[in-house]
Unconditional design. Structure first.
Lengths: 114, 114
């Protein structure tokens, strides 16, 4: 079973559209994140959620809105997509406890905005 | 802001040789981790070294940490073609609980020539 799964894996869309990426983890972890990896492979944290509550919102445009319906799911909705939003978006989860901050990543969702 | 800087950005060696990559960071940390990313995949945790440790081994991996120089190195011995991937260092400088996540460097792209 996939521990952290993201859908879709690939997403190609036009500028101005709204799209969502979904993430689910079956590890029982309390903390989940969204990271953005740009074309130069630089990974930057976007959001951090702990047990459905937003903990960190880095300087991300408010066109990006995360939603966590329960602690196993963290979805990312993006409004009015721009060319610069093209990137790979990774969901990750954190076990906490002794292994706090050893992250398990999903396979990524490659977003291409045309 | 970016915490880690890996060096070199790219490394190409022959199978069987050892590969060494370095990471420098800026702030005090709780631990430093190394992750591997195969092409088109998510990041996979390799090894963690705590701030009070100087060296750690796991299989063919050896990690060192010098907190006075704010630097770490990852050595992969007896490299194999399957080691071809990008390697990222990540620092945990949070106050605990995992909410802060990890801060990643730009990565070293390692190519093992058969």
């Amino acid at each position: 079973d996939t521990a952290v799964s993201q859908t879709p894996k690939y997403l190609v869309t036009q500028m101005g559209n709204d799209k969502s990426i979904k993430c689910e983890q079956n590890l029982g972890h309390d903390t989940m994140y969204w990271y953005k990896q740009d074309s130069k492979k630089f990974l930057k944290i976007m959001f951090s959620y702990n047990n459905k509550e937003l903990i960190i919102n880095e300087t991300v445009p408010n066109r990006f809105s995360p939603k966590s319906p329960d602690k196993a799911h963290l979805n990312l909705h993006i409004n009015s997509l721009e060319l610069g939003d093209s990137a790979v978006y990774f969901c990750a989860s954190n076990p906490g406890g002794v292994w706090a901050n050893v992250l398990t990543f999903g396979a990524g969702s490659r977003l291409t905005v045309l | 802001s970016q915490q880690g800087e890996e060096d070199p950005q790219a490394l190409s060696i022959q199978e069987g040789e050892n590969a060494t990559m370095n990471c420098s960071y800026k702030t005090s940390i709780n631990n430093l981790q190394w992750y591997r990313q195969n092409s088109g995949r998510g990041l996979v945790h390799l090894i963690l070294i705590r701030s009070n440790e100087r060296e750690k081994h796991s299989g063919r991996l050896r990690v060192t940490l010098d907190t006075s120089k704010k630097s770490s190195s990852l050595l992969i011995t007896a490299s194999r073609a399957a080691d071809t991937a990008s390697y990222f260092c990540a620092t945990d400088a949070g106050s605990g609980g995992g909410a802060d996540g990890l801060t990643f460097g730009k990565g070293t792209h390692l190519i093992i020539q058969p």
